[in-house]
Design a protein around this ligand. Sequence first.
Ligand code: R5P
Length: 332
Amino acid sequence: MTTTLDGEVGSNFRLFAGRANPALAKEIGAILGVELGKISIGPFPNSETRVQIEESIRGTDIYIIQPTCAPANEHLMELLITIDAMKRASAQQITAVIPYFGYGRQDRKATGREPISAKLVADLLTTAGAHRVVAVDLHVAQIQGFFNIPTDHLTAVTTLTHYFKDEQIDNGVIVAPDAGRVKLAEKYTDMLELPLALMHKRRSGAGGGQVETAGIIGDVAGRTPIIVDDEIATGGTIYQQVIALQSAGANPAYISITHPVLVGSALERLSHPAIQEVVTTNTIPVPQEKQRMNDKIRVLSIAPLLAEAILRIHQHRSVSKVFFDQKLVFPV
Ligand code: R5P
C-alpha cells in the first residue's frame, strides 16, 4: 500500500524500534522516509536487558515503537530501559509509541487486594523519561488519564471499517460483545451503516477467566455478524459468542479486533466453522507460522495511521483532525 504524507520529518527526528515489533517499525519508517535509528538490545549473561544507542541523539526528537505484548514483562522492561538510555543521551523529546498497551486489562481493582497495574505501567513510563505516549485502542479510554504526560489515543476503527466497506457484506449486523463495547460498536454502525446487536456477557472465576453469554439483544437471525472488540487473547470469549450467535440463527461471523494477542488455544478456537474471518491489525506481530495455522486471520497494517500520527505530532499539527476528516467524530 502506498501512503502519501503531507510534509517530511526533518533532520532532528529519529525513529527507533524495540524488539517487540520491528517489522511494524520498519514499515512506519518506510512511509516516513527514514531509516531506523541504530540501537543494540540484548541480554546480559545474567538475563538482565542491555541497551546501547549506537548513534548520537543529542537534541533530537525520538519516537520509539514498542508494543508491550508477550512476553509482556520483557518488552515493557526493554522499553523502560531504552527510554532511560535515550534520556541520558540527551534526547530532546521522547515519544513512546505503544501500539498495544500491555497490562491495560488491569485498569481497576475488580476485587479486593488487587493492583491497578495499568496505572503502575503509566507511572513507570513517565519515570523512565517518556514525554509523550501514542497508543492504539487502549482496553479502556480512561487509561489516558493514568498518564500525566500528553497521550495520543488512536483508533484502528477506520482501518478495519475500510476493509468491511470493500467486502460489502450482505445483511450484516454489528455485534457488541458486551456492554463495554457498545460505543465502539456504534462507530462501526455509523461508518458501515449497519444495525447493532448487543450480547450480554458475564464473567466469573479467578481473574474473570470464565465467560458466559447470557443473551443477545437485537436481530441476528439470518444476518452476518461482525463482532467488534479490542483484542482476542485466548479466544475463550469470542468462541462462546460465535456459538451463541450461531444458535440464534446467525450466519458465520466476521470478527474485527485491533490487537491479535492470540495466546493459548486461540488459533484452534478461531478455526470454528461459525467463524468466517478474523480481521485484525499488526499492532502485535502475527508470525507467518501462526497465520498458516489459521488461514481465516487477515492482518491489516496499522503503519499508515501511526506514521501519519507521528508526523503530525512532530510537526505540532492536529492528530484528531485525521479522525474528523474520516467522520469519526469521537476518535475513541
Ligand atoms: C475483554 O474485556 C476484552 O475486550 C476481550 O474480550 C478479552 O480480552 C478477550 O480475552 P479472551 O480471548 O482470552 O477471552
